[in-house]
Design a binder for this molecule. Sequence first.
Ligand code: ZN
Length: 245
Amino acid sequence: MVAIAAVLALAAPSSAQQVASAASPEPVVVSNLPAPAALSPLLNTDTLAEPNRAPTAFRSRSDRQFLTAAQLLTAAPAPATPAAAEEEPPAAPPPAPPAVIPLPAPPPAPPTHVLPAQGRYTSCFCERWGEWHGGMDLAHASGTPEVAAAAGTVIVAGPAGGFGQWVQVQHDDGTVTVYGHMDTIEVVVGQRVVAGELIATMGAQGNSTGPHLHFEVWPAGDRAQRVDPATWLSAHGVSLPEYTP
Ligand SMILES: [Zn+2]
């Protein structure tokens, strides 16, 4: 019990100790420390006024490091969630540029217009022997292939008066090309043909002195408005054989 009483006596207020004196009934204040008002200039008044406020002013680099470590220790660690890990994936190396592989040149587009038969250009779109010749003649051996000068639809294929036999092909722009004197016909009415497709074989039927193709062009589909087939073919990029009447 004596030891506990001594501890309690030591735990008494230290800034000012009131000691009761037998000689003086009035309490005597004994203090070695300045009054609390004198303490304030030596203390951080901000800290005293706001004890929970974190210190903002650092006096030295070592203080800053210490406080930073303390903050790290007290800070709650951020949860390592998979979503957080996906936010910043490791930077992937840039993809290698694709190897340049030269592509083969595309095949040239087929011509839209072709010469309807190979042969000598023997008669022009002109007056001949006292009468108008409304087409061009291409003369070659009997059986020489005759082809559509352009894509279109066969609208006539069969016997004809002066032509013996003829074929008419109507093209997409309304122009009709006419082929005469053939030996055989290789298409039927309504058949769709492309430029260069076989439509007949060369012959000498009708009013003809020898096997040849008589070729006409009717831009409006009307025989009365025939045009020079040589000019029409040339305008569509077709090279013509030399004119040798
Ligand atoms: Zn002719």
